[in-house]
Design a protein around this ligand. Structure first.
Ligand code: NAP
Length: 535
């Protein structure tokens, strides 16, 4: 290991939306900060996920940073739901504007970080073996950044091209005469399939579980709307502050069962016609907790899906029946179901004919062999805790974070973990940011961490460590927050069920962002009594 001799107040791992903002805030405090980023540019999720069709599922003007009036004024989104290239440009513009890049070391993957109890400092070591030390370590490594590819027999033998959606090459890819296989039909695949089907030789989609996809309703932003958006930013952000998921959509406080069938249908129809996540997040609140309420909305969406598909057998295959609407992440679609009406597109139902192996030339299912030029794995991520497994983080007494969390995360506020002093985990497990219109919660996370570090510095504390009792009660509160929810019994990445061998446990926080914010604010205004502070 080469110790670079470099010492910082804070080291941040990751230069996505959270890492960039954390850098900005800590620099404004006058601290020395270094960011390490594996990619060659800023952007995080929006740097890596450059697959065709990738775009926001949240309204652009609710997803962007809110901290700078100048940025809000200068930047004009071209569409209600921005596409990835525009979002990446936006993040590059923010990085340039605040001169962030000079403190970011790109193309640098972090291998390990360890806390030394004597010096009370973190040593962070990159894959190339260079070490730096810092008072604070902040992970900004994202909740969906550790790609998952199933361990299909023969995967390495395939002679064509293949990649995971989050590892899409930077070069132009012409698929107009190519035979392409896509495995997976989650939110990523739905965007990707719709886009590549527009100009492709031949496309075969391998589906395990179909999803309930809802129309995105994207459209360009005209000049008048642009003016209105800029005028209304403050009210958008205020609205997001008060909704459960920090989206522009807030739940209907009525039960789906207390209204007449006509009223219910009217609301479902209205929300279906609205852009974005309205049907999911402005619906009757009990669709998540009451099976009968959930069945009603699930039936409604299945009916809507079937209306879009001429072939009834195909329509049946594309309709979920094993889980209810909204209990997994709802994919937003812009012509997805129509794709299956194309002559050059085939859907393979893996429940009928499972994949046996990947061959040199393609994919062999129990019934048939398919030849491909390209196989795309749209197979998701080892979510929330996955990225933490790739960095060997050790705390007091050499305890490893990945060992501590092997049976599920335990944290205080989803931002700290007992035994790992001076470590902050932005968008970490059991943090409301994982169930959120993420930049809204990122800003809250970053501002909380910044205030905490300022408090420590101002009061000459050199060490902050979550009390075990705080961690225990937070972890109980997290599980209580989801106890009544049907989400717990549904297989998805929310509970780690998408990764073979991963302990099934709730990874997020379901108490809603207003309550989360309140709990974080109480901790700060009370003088951080849930922590041990040392001088
Ligand atoms: P995902 O939702 O986990 O979907 C993965 C897909 O791969 C599923 O259809 C899954 O089927 C399939 N799969 C997994 N293992 C398989 C196997 N062994 N054989 C065949 N199929 C297999 O992942 P994702 O689509 O990448 O989305 C992940 C998350 O990213 C989303 O939930 C969302 O939060 C985020 N995202 C956001 C946006 C946006 O905001 N614009 C866009 C895209 C994604 P089963 O489900 O049946 O296991």
């Amino acid at each position: 290991m080469a110790n670079s001799g470099m010492k910082y107040d804070a080291v941040i791992i990751g230069a996505g939306i959270s890492g960039m903002y954390q850098l900005y805030r800590l620099k404004n405090l006058g601290l020395s900060v270094k960011v390490f980023e594996a990619g060659s540019d800023v952007g995080g999720t929006w740097y890596w996920n450059r697959y065709p069709g990738c775009r926001f599922d949240s309204e652009s003007y609710s997803y962007c940073y809110s901290f700078s009036e100048e940025v809000l004024d200068e930047w004009s989104w071209s569409e209600h739901f921005s596409a990835q290239p525009e979002t990446l440009k936006y993040l590059q513009y923010v990085a340039e504007k605040f001169d962030l890049k000079k403190d970011i070391q790109f193309n640098t993957r972090i291998a390990s970080a360890s806390f030394d109890v004597n010096s009370c400092k973190w040593t962070t070591i990159s894959v190339d073996g260079t070490a730096v030390t810092s008072d604070f370590l902040i992970t900004a490594i994202g909740a969906l950044s550790s790609p998952y590819i199933p361990d299909f027999c023969g995967r390495e033998s395939f002679k064509g091209d293949s990649w995971h959606t989050s590892q899409w090459p930077k070069r132009d890819i012409d698929l107009s005469d190519k035979k392409v296989g896509v495995i997976g039909t989650g939110a990523t695949a739905v965007q990707l399939i719709t886009e590549i089907a527009k100009d492709i030789g031949n496309l075969t989609v391998f589906q395990l579980k179909p999803e309930y996809c809802v129309p995105l309703g994207n459209r360009p932003i005209d000049e008048n709307t642009q003016r209105d958006i800029k005028k209304n930013y403050a009210s958008y952000f205020e609205k997001c502050k008060n909704t459960w998921g920090s989206f522009l959509h807030g739940f209907d406080e009525r039960s789906a069962l207390e209204v007449s069938p006509e009223e219910r249908e009217e609301l479902f129809e209205k929300l279906w016609a609205e852009p974005g996540f309205a049907l999911w997040l402005a619906n009757f609140h009990d669709i998540f907790s009451n099976r009968e309420a959930n069945d009603l909305v699930s039936d409604f969406v299945r009916k809507k899906i079937k209306e879009q598909i001429d072939d009834p057998v195909l329509a049946e295959k594309l309709c979920p029946t094993d889980h209810g609407f909204g209990l997994r992440r709802v994919p937003m679609e812009s012509g997805y179901y129509k794709v299956y009406g194309q002559d050059n597109v085939t859907l393979v139902d893996l429940n009928e004919t499972p994949i046996e192996k990947i061959t040199e030339t393609g994919i062999k299912t129990r019934a048939e062999s398919f030849d491909f030029d390209l196989i795309i794995y749209a197979t998701g991520f080892d979510a929330v805790t996955g990225a933490f497994k790739h960095i060997d983080i050790s705390g007091e007494g050499g305890q490893k974070l990945k060992d501590k969390w092997v049976d599920g995360p335990s944290t205080y506020l989803g931002l700290t973990s007992t035994g790992f002093p001076n470590l902050f985990t932005l968008v970490g497990p059991h943090n409301a940011a994982t169930f959120c219109n993420i930049p809204r919660c990122i800003e809250q996370n970053v501002e909380w961490v910044t205030d905490c570090i300022k408090y420590l510095k101002d009061n000459k504390f050199i060490k902050i460590s979550a009390k075990l009792s705080s961690e225990k009660s937070w972890t109980e509160h997290v599980y209580d927050s989801v106890a009544d929810s049907l989400i717990l019994e549904t297989d998805s990445w929310f509970v780690g069920a998408n990764i073979p061998g991963k302990k099934r446990t709730f990874l997020q926080y379901a108490g809603g962002n207003p309550l989360y914010r309140e709990k974080c604010d109480e901790e700060a205004s009370g003088g951080y009594k849930g922590f041990l502070l040392e001088r």
